[in-house]
Write a protein of this length. Structure first.
Length: 244
């Protein structure tokens, strides 16, 4: 296992230890977040790791690479992610989404230079992001309590259970070369964080409680994802633990 893998494993281990130690008996005021004391501790751990390592790497990434190159990298990683999105669309029996994502993959791979150019979007073919957590939600599995994962951030009990499946469904996991797999993982992490530099700073500066803001935004977004942007008009986000 290379140096990056060892560091990730160490950080994840520390995060899990902190998670277990933070299992406090204080009751949360939000029914969706019964493990709030623990989640806040993990949130603080993640924020510290981000401040020390991930954010500086993302800032350097933005400073060194031209915008056009960063866009190409994002497109390439997005094209790889479309393969798993297509599989989840199929598992949800979304025929049109499955066919359109299949078209996106082929167009961007063969015409868009292995995905570095997003030709499909320019042709009006919508990009859809689907994961196994959404698939479980589509088939009626309740989200369960809100959960903050060490290093990986906001989640729910359902999404946390689905996360290992999503990891295995990632195309990069099929690469035989370990160094390449972990390099792509690192690039994906830094690329994603670079796109959130301004957003995270604004949240921290404008919100009295960034933890609550992130939690509420995440839970609302996940419901939106599961209902393909059209949740029931009277949907109560406070009931996410008892309904999909």
């Amino acid at each position: 296992m290379n140096t990056l893998a060892r560091r990730l494993s160490l950080l994840l281990g520390l995060g899990m230890l902190l998670l277990l130690q933070a299992c406090a008996t204080v009751k949360s005021a939000d029914a969706r977040d019964p493990w709030e004391p623990m989640n806040r501790s993990v949130y603080q751990f993640n924020d510290a790791v981000d401040t020390i390592a991930i954010k500086p790497a993302a800032q350097l990434y933005v400073k060194v690479l031209p915008s056009m190159v960063r866009t190409g990298v994002s497109n390439f990683l997005g094209n790889l992610g479309d393969v798993w999105s297509m599989a989840n669309s199929a598992m949800q029996l979304k025929g049109q989404a499955t066919v359109e994502t299949f078209m996106r993959i082929n167009i961007n791979t063969f015409i868009g230079l292995a995905g570095f150019l997003d030709v499909a979007s320019e042709m009006g073919i919508e990009k859809r992001r689907e994961d196994f957590g959404q698939t479980l939600g589509h088939w009626g599995v309740a989200s369960g309590p809100y959960l903050v994962l060490p290093l990986f951030g906001p989640s729910t009990l359902r999404d946390a259970v689905a996360f290992p499946v999503d990891m295995q469904g990632n195309v990069t996991q099929r690469l035989n070369d370990e160094a390449t797999r972990y390099s792509l993982l690192a690039v994906r992490l830094v690329d994603t964080r670079s796109g959130l530099l301004k957003t995270v700073d604004v949240i921290k500066a404008a919100s009295l409680d960034p933890y609550s803001f992130v939690r509420d935004a995440y839970l609302q977004k996940r419901q939106n994802d599961i209902y393909d942007g059209n949740p029931p008009s009277r949907f109560d986000y406070s009931e996410t633990t008892s309904s999909r």
